[in-house]
Ligand binder design. Structure first.
Ligand SMILES: NC(=O)c1ccc[n+]([C@@H]2O[C@H](COP(=O)([O-])OP(=O)(O)OC[C@H]3O[C@@H](n4cnc5c(N)ncnc54)[C@H](O)[C@@H]3O)[C@@H](O)[C@H]2O)c1
Ligand SMILES: C[S@@+](CC[C@H](N)C(=O)[O-])C[C@H]1O[C@@H](n2cnc3c(N)ncnc32)[C@H](O)[C@@H]1O
Length: 551
């Protein structure tokens, strides 16, 4: 770290002071060696910190590196002299590598989708955050100087994430008013503009409900070169930040922590609304609707953290999508399939996403295999909370020609196999006093899909619905809920058979939604039925067919 640089952070100030102290010590003849050595050690610790953080932090992207270089090589004084900027902009005010990656990490961790930045400068922080936003995420960057938008935009355009950034030039307070009028809310707000206005930005955002329920406000420079806590501070920005920090720490609506990163980064979040109202003694109905059931709001109630699930027929198609969905929602998943190699591949996919999974090769039409599957899950994880009995087959023939072999094969997998899985899993769940069984039936349980002929399939799936209704009512008072999902025509290998494939165009004309279902269209339903949010639902047949059964 160059000692000629104007110190910008508490650590840089310490390095500056220690360097001066060391120079003084060097010029005095009689300084004890121990003091010189302590000074050197303190200087090594302080001056090495930022370099070490730089080295150990994930490298910035090519576009961020370009933005940083372009910012530092730009002649900002000249630009100001030429009247292109209203103010002389110091290049040091850029959010650098470590802080940029910190903001990016915060976006990932909070899964923010909408971000507001107040004070964009050359866009380093904006692009760092945009890199962590999902494809449909959006970052509104407020910047006073129109010149800075022109400066940053060409590099935003080079980045695959630049399109998520919407720069609004002008006074940030005016932009905030516009955004509030339009009802805009944000998951993360990064305040990094004129220090004396931090408190006004903060108040405006909080008072106008611009921070979403789980939102976070990040404040840059909250330590302001240590001046916020030094008694002799007279500097107006230092005093403004001191007042701001005090205001936030007294605000009952929020909790906050100052992270001593670079010049200080404060993280502020809303306290849960019940606590806030309690403090204010508002007239609220403090019940489960307000607080959430067991303190969990609706999307949390659909999480499956700590749950153990299995999905049969999960090697491909609908079952694979169910396995991913349950795992994404937090469950551990046993991936069961007749085809062990396919099940293993799905386990590898889940593992890559950080989901705990095992594969089990089993033919669910065989009772020994079904019991082995249940035993394997219980011996691995001790419990079974969620059982998705999804494996099924489809064969086609005109009813007058349907062989008993086709009938038996279909029923052995689709109905007898599903029953055996329900029974074996149900026995474990009844003992536990808790369980969610979700069977895959079909729209064919309700209507007679045509023009394909599939008597045994349709009849077996109607049986799955009745099986579900019977078990769902018989076991409901013992904590085991049984429901089924009836998909319409789903674009999976099942319908790519030689006889079915040519019928796609014909089917499309029967589907109000105008398309076949994708496996992803069914994922939310399985998570809902597997979660506590569906506790009052049992014996239900949840039909997801783009309206086809209604025409
Ligand atoms: N695809 C559709 O249009 C559609 C529509 C409604 C209902 N369904 C039902 O959804 C379920 C899944 O269908 P899909 O389209 O994903 O089928 P798919 O053929 O793409 O996948 C089924 C998976 O189940 C496995 N399987 C087959 N028999 C098995 C057995 N005896 N034991 C263990 N695993 C077995 C297969 O190996 C395969 O991996 C089936 O019950 C099917 O009837 C499908
Ligand atoms: C510290 S810099 C921001 C650094 C930036 N966040 C980054 O990632 O590099 C502060 C910026 O706020 C802008 N600014 C100052 N006052 C403003 C105001 N009232 N409205 C909008 N922007 C303002 C300045 O022009 C400057 O570009």
């Amino acid at each position: 770290m160059s000692t000629e640089k104007v110190p910008d952070t508490p650590v840089e100030v310490i390095v500056d002071l220690l360097t001066k102290a060391q120079d003084i010590a060097a010029s005095c003849g009689n300084v004890p060696e121990e003091l010189t050595s302590h000074l050197q050690k303190a200087l090594d610790i302080a001056s090495g910190l930022d370099d070490y953080l730089e080295k150990m932090t994930t490298q910035e992207s090519e576009q961020l590196a370009e933005l940083f270089k372009k910012t530092f090589s730009h002649d900002w004084d000249q630009v100001h002299k030429e009247g292109k900027t209203m103010f002389k902009l110091p290049k040091e005010c850029i959010t650098g590598h470590v802080e940029g990656q910190t903001l990016k990490m915060l976006i990932h961790m909070s899964q923010a989708k909408r971000v507001l930045e107040i004070g964009m400068f050359t866009g380093y922080g904006a692009l760092s955050m945009a890199e962590a936003l999902p494809e449909d995420g959006c970052l509104v960057a407020c910047e006073l100087e129109p010149y800075l938008k022109e400066f940053a935009q060409p590099i935003f355009d080079k980045s695959p994430h630049g399109k998520k950034i919407n720069v609004k030039t002008g006074n940030a307070m005016e932009t905030l008013k516009e955004l509030a009028t339009a009802g805009e809310q944000f998951d993360m707000v990064f305040i990094d503009a004129d220090k004396n206005n931090y408190i006004n930005y903060y108040k405006f955002i909080m008072d106008n409900n611009m921070l979403r329920l789980r939102g976070v406000i990040c404040i840059d420079n909250s330590l302001f070169k240590a001046r916020v806590y030094l008694n002799e501070t007279t500097d107006s920005n230092g005093l403004a930040l001191r007042e701001f920090n005090q205001f936030v720490s007294n605000d009952p609506r929020v909790e906050q922590v100052i992270v001593p990163l670079r010049d200080g980064l404060t993280l502020i979040r809303r306290v849960p609304p019940a606590a806030e109202c309690f403090r204010h003694q508002c007239k609220i109905t403090d019940d489960e609707v307000f607080r959430g059931v067991t303190g969990r709001f609706i999307l949390d109630r659909m999480r499956l953290d700590g749950k153990v699930a299995y999905v049969t027929g999960a090697g491909q198609g609908i079952g694979r999508a169910f396995a991913h969905a349950l795992g994404e929602a937090g469950a551990k998943v046993a991936v069961v399939d007749l085809d062990g190699a396919k099940a293993e591949t799905v386990v590898e996919e889940l593992f890559l996403k950080g989901i705990n999974a095992i594969s089990i090769t089993a033919d669910i039409s065989k009772s020994d295999d079904v019991q082995r599957m249940i035993d394997a899950i219980v011996s691995k994880w001790g419990v079974i909370h969620i059982g998705c009995n999804n494996a099924g087959i489809n064969m086609n023939s005109a009813s007058e020609d349907t062989s008993l072999e086709e009938w038996d094969k279909t029923f052995n997998v689709n109905l007898r196999g599903t029953f055996m899985c329900c029974q074996a899993a149900g026995r474990v769940m009844l003992k536990q006093g808790y369980g969610k069984i979700i069977n895959t039936a079909s729209m064919a349980s309700l209507i007679v899909p045509h023009p394909q002929k599939q008597l045994s399939y349709n009849t077996s799936k109607a049986g799955v619905v009745k099986l579900t209704q019977t078990l769902g009512t018989e076991w409901a008072d013992r904590g085991v809920h049984v429901n089924c999902i009836s998909p319409g025509i789903v674009d999976t290998p099942l319908i790519h058979s030689e006889s079915l494939r040519p019928l796609v165009q014909r089917w499309l004309s029967d589907i109000p939604a105008g398309r076949l279902a994708q496996v992803t269209d069914l994922q939310a339903a399985v998570v809902y039925l597997a979660s506590d949010a569906s506790d009052y639902m049992t014996g239900h047949n949840l039909v997801i067919e783009g309206g086809q059964s209604l025409w």
